[in-house]
Design a protein around this ligand. Structure first.
Ligand SMILES: [Mn+2]
Length: 315
């Protein structure tokens, strides 16, 4: 049997933790593993160092997210965490657990648990969790829907270049296990709050082109976020408007989480490696999608981003 499944079998209590500012992939993979553990009669909790974004409160059992019921757990599972510190304030649970598991698809590490499954060729952590759970025959419609969530969001609903034949095969399998594909697609891509709609409008107004139109930057400053009553954690998808502009090869969004503290996201086309750009700022991710943070005023941060891009792509 797979050592990770064996570790789950040995445990009575399991804590599954996704990264700070959880996305669809860590929420889906964490809840899928929780459901599997519950089926085996375990105590299982899910969470992340930061709250569930409003955009994901539609997910089944979302009220259970970050409901940590114990002081320590037999088994700690980190999902979708590309670095050791991505578990943030959950560190104590990692240290006190009898055993630890790390499941992830980010590049640049081999996992930080006793048992690790890290595969940078996988589209998503949910794809890896599917491979792990499929042989058990325990993927029901609930687990399938959770896994489909991460598969869908991490591939941009099957539009990113990580949409491999294996991804589509996994989607087919999940659909055949009863995943609510259509309902999820409507919730994820055809439903948004009025606040988010206002944010889209205001963000697009800030879009500027640089480097002969190869780079587009959107700046969500504090005043825009406040005006739209939107939390800095709920800015997912805004960057798509930057990379969607014809001729743009690198799309950037900067989001002022706190005054003069920016969360920066990068998207790129083809061989443009934004992972390298993000590393300039101590961040990282994948070739075509990466992130980091920087502090300073807006103009200064944009200047540094452009300099980092010029350094990496040499123009
Ligand atoms: Mn992921």
């Amino acid at each position: 049997m797979n050592p990770i499944l064996e570790a789950i079998n040995r445990a009575n209590s399991v804590l599954i933790i996704g990264h700070v500012r959880p996305d669809g992939d860590c929420i889906g993979s964490a809840f899928a593993l929780r459901e599997y553990c519950l089926k085996l009669g375990k105590t299982a909790d899910v969470g992340s160092p930061t709250p569930l974004p409003d955009a994901y409160t539609f997910v089944r059992n979302s009220d259970q997210f970050n409901r940590i019921t114990r002081k320590n757990y037999d088994l700690f599972i980190a999902v979708d965490c590309g670095a050791r510190d991505r578990i943030g304030r959950m560190e104590g649970f990692f240290k006190s657990a009898k055993e630890t598991v790390w499941v992830d698809h980010h590049e640049g590490h081999n996992g930080f648990g006793k048992y690790n499954r890290v595969d940078a060729t996988a589209s998503s952590t949910c794809e890896i969790v599917f491979d792990l759970l499929d042989p058990t025959g325990k993927i029901d419609p609930v687990i399938a829907t959770y896994l489909y969530l991460g598969l869908s969001t991490d591939t941009g609903h099957f539009m990113h270049n990580n949409t491999t034949p294996k991804v589509l095969y996994t989607a087919y399998k999940l659909a055949s296990y009863g995943a609510e594909c259509h309902e999820l697609a409507v919730r994820l891509y055809r439903t948004r709050t009025m606040e988010k709609t206002a944010l889209i409008a205001k963000s697009i107004e800030t879009l500027r082109l640089y480097m002969d139109g190869k780079v587009a930057i959107i700046a969500m400053t504090r005043d825009i976020l406040d005006e739209c009553h939107i939390d800095a954690n709920d800015t997912e998808g805004i960057i798509d408007y930057a990379i969607a502009v014809e001729g743009v090869e690198i799309g950037v969004s900067i989001c002022e989480e706190k005054p003069n503290e920016f969360k920066i996201s990068f998207r790129s086309r083809g061989k443009r490696d934004v992972n390298e750009v993000a590393r300039f700022f101590g961040g990282g991710g994948h070739v075509n999608a990466a992130g980091c943070r920087a502090s300073g005023n807006k103009e200064d941060v944009i200047d540094r981003i452009l300099r980092a891009i010029r350094c990496t792509i040499g123009e």
